[in-house]
Design a protein around this ligand. Structure first.
Ligand code: PLP
Length: 403
């Protein structure tokens, strides 16, 4: 605990550990204790900590030019836009500083799409347990009532449906002529590592085409190799109209992007959207380097191999564990669902196993290791987790209910 009272707002429930140094998938605290990072800053440091090329690029660009303003042409922004569009098949990019801000841009595109179609009170389909950010619009789009609590009135115009349920989407289409877009994660991260089926995503694409809706994919957590493909939607062989990215695009340097194609590509006109810091030379140069390294080292393919190894290892190690309900995932996005609340495992994993994990939805252990992990580190995550879960943990759900 800090010696002096903290002047930071209590927005986070923080662990009593502070890291002073990192390298690859390893972190050290001030006492020199070494930890294994199985969350990568929540899907951010996919290239690992203190990547030498990223560090060098940041130092060089900081000593050259940090910021000019979007009033001017920014060469690194042009380059990153071109690189991302070539990689994704999208046509236009808008750069910002975070995932929530990228989704704000997507939601504004949906509103402009509605205007073009002369729909005055448009609706956007979103999913139960979806997570899109903490600004008021993205919080309103998210499907977690606990996180929304206290912030009414939320933004109207969102219709929430069960995830991975195409009949629910068809029913909504039949009921409301005012729908203009769908905002969805190909794999729900905060929602408990729920993988949408390829058939569902393909049917959703078809429905969007038939109805003139924008298919807006939030790939902020799933994008950039995390699921074992460059982008989560590629597993279903579809293409979105709008796609948002952030997290791993900067490997820790803040950056977000909203990409669009087709009818969505030319919706903004000058003055309709903007961001002071968005797309500055430093952020965009880092983004270009991240793409270079990921392509050169074939990290999406690596995530697929390591993810399969992690899933198989966990399934072997936890096969007979009485508390484990399910082990699921795609690439290096893996969840272990327990039959009871297990938030305390985050602190215990740190203290007892020197392992960084997160718990989401109260009972799902979420693993998002860096894509540069080696096989030994993946196996080590399995060993440490198995040891953690072998020790007596939280009370069963039924006991807690009476606590
Ligand atoms: N969308 C998804 C799928 C996310 O996982 C997150 C963050 O966890 C966000 C949006 C919000 O991103 P940020 O925290 O950068 O605003």
């Amino acid at each position: 605990m800090p010696a002096t009272p903290s002047h930071l707002m209590r927005a986070y429930a923080r662990q009593p550990v502070s890291f002073v140094r990192g390298s690859g998938a390893r972190l050290w605290d001030a006492q020199g204790v070494e930890y294994l990072d199985a969350i990568a800053g929540v899907a951010v440091t996919s290239l690992g900590h203190a990547h030498p090329e990223i560090a060098a690029v940041i130092a060089e660009q900081a000593a050259t030019l940090l910021h000019t303003s979007n009033v001017f042409r920014i060469e690194w922004q042009e380059q990153l836009g071109q690189r991302l569009c070539a990689l994704t098949g999208m046509e236009q990019a808008f750069f910002c500083n975070s995932g929530a801000e990228a989704n704000e841009a997507a939601l504004k595109l949906a509103r402009l799409h509605a205007r073009r179609r002369q729909i005055a009170a448009p609706r956007i389909l979103v999913m139960d347990n979806g997570f899109h950010g903490r600004t008021l619009a993205t919080l309103s789009a998210s499907g977690n009532p606990a996180r929304q609590s206290g912030f009414a009135p939320l933004l109207p115009g969102f219709v929430r449906l069960p995830y991975d349920d195409i009949e629910a989407v068809r029913a909504a289409a039949a009921q409301s002529p005012d729908i203009v877009a769908v905002l969805i994660e190909p794999v729900q991260g905060e929602g408990g590592i729920r993988v949408a089926s390829a058939d569902y995503l393909r049917a959703l694409r078809q429905l969007c085409d038939q109805q003139g809706w924008l298919l807006m994919l939030d790939e902020i957590q799933t994008g950039l190799g995390r699921t074992g493909a460059w982008f989560g939607h590629q597993h279903a062989g579809i293409a979105p109209d709008v796609m948002t990215l952030a997290k791993a695009l900067g490997n820790g340097f803040p950056i977000g992007a909203c990409l669009a194609r087709g009818a969505a590509a030319d919706l903004f006109s000058p003055g309709q959207h903007g961001s002071t810091f968005g797309g500055n030379p430093l952020a965009c140069r880092v983004g270009c380097s991240v793409l270079d390294i990921m392509a050169r080292e074939q990290l999406p393919q690596r995530a697929a191999l390591l993810g399969a190894r992690l899933l198989a290892g966990l399934r072997r190690a936890l096969a007979d564990h009485p508390q484990v309900l399910a082990i699921r995932g795609q690439g290096l996005m893996v969840g272990i669902e327990l039959d009871r609340p297990c938030n305390e495992l985050v602190g215990r994993a740190l203290e007892e196993q020197q392992l960084l994990i997160t718990v989401t939805q109260g009972s799902v252990i979420r693993l998002l290791p860096p894509l540069i992990c080696d096989e030994r580190q993946i196996d080590d995550i399995v060993v440490r987790l198995a040891r953690l879960l072998a020790r007596p943990g939280a009370a069963p759900a039924k006991d807690l209910a009476h606590a």
